[in-house]
Write a protein that binds this ligand. Sequence first.
Ligand SMILES: NC(=O)c1ccc[n+]([C@@H]2O[C@H](COP(=O)([O-])OP(=O)(O)OC[C@H]3O[C@@H](n4cnc5c(N)ncnc54)[C@H](O)[C@@H]3O)[C@@H](O)[C@H]2O)c1
Ligand SMILES: [Zn+2]
Length: 269
Amino acid sequence: MIQKAIDAIKMADYLLITAGAGMGVDSGLPDFRGPEGFWRAYPAAKRLGLRFEELANPRWFVENPRLAWAFYGHRLHLYRETKPHEGFYELLEIARNKKDYFVFTSNVDGQFQKAGFNERKIEEVHGSIHFLQCSEPCSEDIWSAKDVQIIIDEEEFQAKEPLPRCPRCGMMARPNILMFGDFGWIEKRHAIQREYFESFLNRAKSLAVIEIGAGTAVPTVRMMSEFVARRFNAPLIRVNPREPEGADIELAMGAKEAIGKMYEGLYGN
Ligand SMILES: NC(=O)c1ccc[n+]([C@@H]2O[C@H](COP(=O)([O-])OP(=O)(O)OC[C@H]3O[C@@H](n4cnc5c(N)ncnc54)[C@H](O)[C@@H]3O)[C@@H](O)[C@H]2O)c1
Ligand SMILES: [Zn+2]
């Protein structure tokens, strides 16, 4: 299977990389696979009886901002501190050796940018934790979260005031992430990224798709990989240690291992 993946990449002039939370697991980040997986990463959410789909809801920024910011503040710090694993850098080199590449991801962690992927070649379909917006929202403004530091009482799973607020109206600020039951997500930043993606798809010929660590619970990434592969009649390589089914080339491995093997096959001696 790995040889088929290497050959498919060799043959292609353009590369589409799609990624879900599994891409970050080898950097030490949790995925949120199933309620048990989520609760292992956030035991406080288990105590509160809140599943990921319930906690990742914009209502908490109004009803219980200290809880909302305990969750998102923790993730903001975690993603900020995390170093992308080697696979990110190998994948970037593979991508740069093609005519062009693009990354489509549901991850909000900014790890592709951190590893050096061109920010004009990334669509973050669920937004990014590194940007904020008004929870109202009173305007379409999106601003950087780089100066945000949240102090969290981990035991109580409560963030401490002062919490980030909208500079225009003073309401609570929230990450510019598409949450569940979210009618207030400001799409502006994502809409620009979508235009980059469409322009890539209009230019691309002889494409290969590498999908890494995308789950089935929120199948946005898997659906995009399959859609593009079908449209271009392109090979789909699916890297996933637990659920690699449904692709032309199924690699039941972790991200770092699979990318390492592809890299070695392409450039190794
Ligand atoms: N890092 C992040 O930004 C992050 C983290 C968790 C969840 N989320 C959000 O939560 C939702 C979850 O969807 P999802 O499909 O991304 O995640 P998911 O947690 O539902 O699925 C993760 C997938 O990764 C696979 N996986 C586990 N370990 C792996 C490894 N070492 N290498 C490769 N794959 C591995 C799992 O088998 C699973 O299929 C999305 O909406 C996403 O925006 C984001
Ligand atoms: Zn506002």
